[in-house]
Design a protein. Sequence first.
Length: 231
Amino acid sequence: MITRRHFVHTRVTAGLLASTPARAANNLVLVELFTSQGCSSCPPADVVALAFHVDYWDQLGWKDPFSSPEFTRRQRRYRAAFGNRSIYTPQMVFNGSIEFPGQEEREAACAVTTAASRSEQRPVIALQHNTDNSVLVNIDQGSAASNVSVFAAVYGRVTSTTVPSGENAGRKLANVNIAKSLERLGTHGGIPTQLTWRPDLANAAGVAVWLQPENLGPVQAVAQLRVSDAA
């Protein structure tokens, strides 16, 4: 089931955007926005850490050029993890453990604070850009549960899209931190882990890597590397 939920424009300034490049911070929060250019009730600015454009609004007259069935599958897995009856846009997910339709800015800020308030020692992820354009992912032991997945995403530069048809016909939409790809790099088993990743960084703004159970749930650590920092 797919539903539509209208909400007040929300701006999130915490999370990955406020982090130290290439390294995880203890209070760093991964914020995911599930959205679509084909849905007129979605916000005009994707200013959360990662924007995953789903594809189930594409049949309404405009195919979102950033949409992916992989992102829709991820949202459906969140539906199961949270016990929701349906998927909807726009949906915000904070550290894999809190979700709601974006509402007042105060509520979003509160969700970030709650997600960042966990006191246990978390693993630290360090990202290093290599001369062959690969990314070295180093994860220390921390206190992560055994065998959590290592997820990675490339996100794009700021762009704008003029939408000629569909619910947003005639509008020019700003696009920020749109996820270009989503991969599972491997598993972190509670011991120091090193992985080599070769992402496609063409027209990318940066990359994000995080630890999370394969069937989703609470994010245990997250780091980002901006392309400008990796040059």
